[in-house]
Design a protein around this ligand. Sequence first.
Ligand code: GLA
Length: 703
Amino acid sequence: MAVKYDDKKKIWVLETKSTAYSFGIHPSGKIKNTYWGKRISRFEDYPAFEGYFESPWWDWNDEYPVRGGANQTEPCLQVVYEDEVRDVQLNYKSFEATEQSLTIHLEDEHYQLLVSLHYQIFENEDLITKYVTLENCSYSDIHVENFKTGSFYLQPTDDYFLTHLTGMWAHETKIVKEPICDGKKVFESRVGRTSHFHNPFFAIDEKATEDTGNVWFGLLAWSSNWKTVVHKLPYENIQICTGLNEWDFNYALKQGEKLASPSVLFAFTDCGFGDMSRRLHDYERNYILPKQNAQKVRKVLYNSWEATAFNVTEENQRILADKAADIGVEIFVVDDGWFGQRSSDKAGLGDWVVNEQKFPNGLESLIEYVNSKGMDFGLWVEPEMVNPDSDLYRNHSNWILHFPNRPRTESRNQLILNLAREDVKEFVYNTVDGLLSRYNIRFIKWDMNRPIFEAGWPFEGNQRKMWMDYVTNFYDIWQRLKEKHPKVIMESCAGGGGRIDLGIMRYADQFWTSDNTDPYDRQFIQEGFSLCYVPKTMMCWVTDWAGKDTYPLQYRFHAAMMGSLGIGSDLSKYTEEELEETKKWIAFYKRIRETVQNGSLYRLISPREKPFTVNQYISNDKNEVVLFCLKNPEPLSMFKVLKVRLKGLDEHMVYEIQGSGKSYSGSYLMNRGLDVDFMQKHTVKVEKGNHFDSRVFVLKKRK
Ligand code: GLA
């Protein structure tokens, strides 16, 4: 059984394959955490509260810390009761358990606030999720000022490091690892989307590597304001508190009303960051991604944004579609610029009707053409937004989030519709549903190009609930669209990677990873992405972002093939030779994509540590291995032979390297390693004598 309760010790233990998480009823009546780490072989050894007097650590680790009593840790819950009492006292009430789940009910008896902690175990994926519900059982409103999901604790040691993902537009998901120092480290979003600056992920390790060492990690499933605090407490134990951001948060919980928090996924591994990522990837494929497409491979798409920008016309899209079909593309996507008076980012946003000058025969004509070439058709939308210069704004200026008497920030010349309003929600749903119902569209790229600032909701009493309702309405729209149009692939984009998280992944099949498509920069962005999110959701385009000569085409393809492949180049400018090469690589990708997208990723060499990226993917049946080796600038490296030791193979089996006539035992490949020859051939010289080069190998297990 995975959820166990020890009646004598009054502790619950949640056990997965290798992890245990435990808490119990402290003599004070509070629920306190007692353990998080590797599963302990003898059940009776799980710690409880005997001896807690000797250990000051026990005084800190409330399983659900609140503003109230003598708590000095970061609180998960802050409320104001009707008589202005702000002190919460939660006592244990009861529990409900199944083999895989546990709910603990806590109560502030005097004010009749019920707090329930819900845990779910994923035994095979070795993960646990938690979310919290509040229920107002009293006769008056309770104002919730802070409502986080989880507070986790690690015992004192000297050696904890924090890893998190940080960045900015065009440089998302940068991996940062730093020692945990005294005080608090905060990372968060306050802009109504997951954020380019930080991603709701944390990992705490004790000098772990890709393959070894203890890592405690968590991911919050939320696409708007969130906050994580890593707090080194006075006794050197660590608290990690994560959930909704209390910044500008205030939710009036009416009598009888319930409120659910986002869920946090958390787990422990003693096998390093590689194991952490593989578990997350499996979990996402098996439990989070929309069912219809979760196990299917993503098609190769073409997107015309970098080629034609806002200047899309039926004519130029047909030319690109011809080329795209010839090279083997499977989905042809028209990006921004197809609607209203949209010839730049200054006008038209919100007017989701086809621009007749650009498409005199309607969108149908282009779609039929694309379909006749054997490709699906896809479309870009940004339905939460509006340009002041648009009919939508002229008709519904009251739909905008803003404060009266204050200036409004017009980021990218656009304003934000208040999706928390029911009429706006229906407008957004009907807009996209209308497009999907009318046209044969099989792919939607849903953008959100600006952050939310100045989130006023004029004439609404409880304005700040907007932060919650915006997101729940947003999820509701995606859910309804998914149900009604299950064959449509949905991509979440927010000016690149500003909305990448497990919350939207329940409805989004994939993400636009970053607007930066430079293949060198991408290796860093993609490595960070792969830490938490499964590579099949990571859209990677081959483009001419840095010009055609900076990087070999092969290198650009190899960088993009490590996720789901797309093409964003201006194909009308490609020579016959370039088109032939492009076609060859797309055909190659189709042969390996099952392994890349549904297999297991081993990050063998990180571009952060060496001037190489080496990533290995093993198919689910373990019969195929795909190895990408990218060589980046390094002085004096013209004659480089890189040794690569593979991982996760069967040591007694023989693997044939396709196209080389060579074969080696798994044990040779994992111990002696493969020589990857970077002598000359595809090397392109750029300024300063730097070199970018790449190789890819496919290995098949001999039967
Ligand atoms: C955002 C996206 C781009 C593109 C443009 C269109 O920046 O990230 O890929 O769709 O919007 O305006």
